[in-house]
Design a protein around this ligand. Structure first.
Ligand code: ADP
Ligand code: ASP
Ligand code: MG
Length: 409
């Protein structure tokens, strides 16, 4: 009998009615002749409310990541119990498991733990006993048995990793949109659903703001060859297949556009242009746990140079505090300038490997609409720019139109 893993996101389980709807879908999947494992998220908004509560009792202090994980994991734990109850009330046979009970072992990095191993014996035992197994997304246990969480959006990772561990025949990510679109359909209203996308494209889109999939989960799927489908939990439309690249995929040059808000930029000016300086700067930032994105260094003509990098706005103060003493050490002409209100826009497609002119086309579309580019970075399958955040939605729309992404290719 085929084995399927389904993941239902926060909106899909956001109300008691929606939980009943999900319960019915899970039962229908079982009645269609499948063994079913369902991974569920916290109800919409719950994780954010828990973070807010932690802030309120911490009086400006940072709560420990260990306690954050104990707190945040309760969101998913609520949903597994409610889903199981709903299925049982409909006459089905369901049992809920926390991440630890499902055998999900992680490292010790609280709030952003990595899955190290899955021992799904209990999941298999329950499936053999004809149960539907409902697993809490986003959580696992450290080697010491402490509760860990897998980073925001981490239920996607639970589903994909569990699908790999139990060798599921199918993995479905059920969400509040019909699939992966050529751009966030809330921003570009005529964005089109993509039928099939390569892991690398999905990975670039996810890691540059397309939050429909958590980027780590796509990385995992690529590494272990887990083909999966993103589709809606609210209707029966076919979704998007995320899979290995095949030659036909190269015919599409730009698969999609992604945007990322709330970015900030740090520029260190007049840095001595000598070996080791960049290493010191970025080592300090990394030691402070700040994740940086684009880096640009100007060519030096005078023995001095400027180094800029982007990061998430919430990390800006930490980065400044870390860099201030270092900047003083580097000499009194060196200073830091910071800018908030930056947004990032990317075009992604594996066809870009064999096509030229994509950057020119993107930059012209932005220029024709009076949008100024601040920084540029490229990879084999991506061209990214930073622009003023207030122009991000307009930029996404003009670039989407410039590459004709609304019409069927
Ligand atoms: P879930 O709660 O099911 O995990 P998320 O909110 O994490 O759902 O992700 C779904 C949302 O991702 C959509 O509502 C959509 O606004 C957003 N999104 C961003 N980029 C894209 C894209 N390229 N295609 C589809 N959805 C996207
Ligand atoms: N509840 C977690 C979050 O909101 C994990 C998830 O939904 O995937 O990030
Ligand atoms: Mg999500």
């Amino acid at each position: 009998m085929p084995l399927i893993v389904q993941k239902y996101g926060g909106t899909s389980v956001g109300t008691p009615e929606r939980i009943l709807n999900v319960a019915q879908q899970i039962l229908d999947s079982q009645k269609a002749g499948n063994r079913v494992v369902a991974v569920v998220s916290a109800m919409a908004g719950v994780t954010n409310q828990l973070i807010e509560l932690a802030d309120q009792v911490s009086r400006g202090n940072q709560p420990t990541n260990r306690e954050m994980d104990v707190l945040l994991s309760t969101g998913e734990q609520t949903t597994i119990a409610l889903c199981s109850m709903a299925i049982n009330a409909m006459g089905g046979k369901a049992i809920s498991l926390t991440g630890a009970q499902a055998g999900i072992a992680t490292d010790r990095e609280h709030t952003k733990a990595r899955i190290s191993n899955i021992t799904p014996d209990e999941v298999h035992r329950l499936l053999d006993d004809e149960h539907i197994v409902i697993i809490a997304g986003f959580q696992g246990k450290s080697p010491e048995g402490r509760i860990t969480t897998l980073g925001r959006g981490g239920s996607d990772l639970t589903a994909i990793a569990m699908a790999a561990a139990i060798k599921a025949d199918l993995c479905q990510i059920l969400t509040d949109v019909d699939g992966v679109y050529t751009c966030d359909p809330r921003v570009v209203l005529d964005a089109r659903k993509i039928d099939e996308i390569a892991y690398d494209e999905m990975l670039e889109m996810a890691s540059s703001g397309s939050k429909v999939m958590q980027s780590r989960s796509v990385e995992f799927a690529k590494k272990f060859g887990v083909r999966f489908e993103v589709r809606s939990s609210l209707n029966n439309n076919p979704g998007t297949i995320v899979t290995e690249e095949h030659p036909n995929m190269e015919a599409v040059v730009v698969r999609g556009v992604s945007i990322e808000r709330e970015q900030a930029k740090v520029t260190i000016e007049n840095v001595p242009d000598s070996p080791g300086v960049a290493a010191r700067i970025f080592q300090a930032v990394s030691d402070a746990g700040v994740i940086i994105d684009m880096i640009v260094q100007n060519v030096s003509k005078t023995g001095k140079t400027d180094i800029s990098f982007t990061l998430h706005r919430s990390d800006l103060t930490k980065a400044e505090e870390t860099l201030n003493p270092l900047v003083e050490e580097l000499g009194n002409s060196v200073f830091i300038e910071t800018t908030k209100g930056i947004g990032k826009l990317c075009v992604v497609g594996i066809g870009m490997r064999s096509h030229s002119g994509i950057a020119a086309q993107m930059f012209s579309a932005l220029a024709d609409n009076g949008i100024n580019i601040q920084m540029i970075s490229t990879s084999e399958i991506k061209t990214a720019v930073t622009i003023d955040e207030s122009q991000l939605d307009k930029a996404a729309n003009v670039v989407h139109t410039a590459f004709n992404l609304s019409s069927e290719s």
